[in-house]
Write a protein that binds this ligand. Sequence first.
Ligand SMILES: [Zn+2]
Length: 116
Amino acid sequence: MTNEPETLIVPESIERVGENGLAIQWSDGQRLSYSAVGLRDGCPCATCREKQRAKEKDREESKGKLRSLPVLSAGELKPISILRMRPLGNYAYNIAFSDGHDSGIFTFDLLRQLGK
Ligand SMILES: [Zn+2]
């Protein structure tokens, strides 16, 4: 009768939790919590994946060597918050963060993985 896969699990409600967090109630009954930082780090767009890769490569290359101390930039110290969550079709959310990044497409699959 329906074309949708039987396993399609969708968000039923999203609520804000504290300053920088949110919780999603999923259609299978699970309620998962998210932090803005966790979502920001999990951003699947090409730019962020590239940054993530560069960071890992850096870590690999500095193993066993005297490495430069970690730096925390002013931008990284600012608490990240979620400005907007916009549904895309019925499979994903586009999330805009307070650091100006708004091109990440978070599929429901990814959101299920990032939640706790
Ligand atoms: Zn991104």
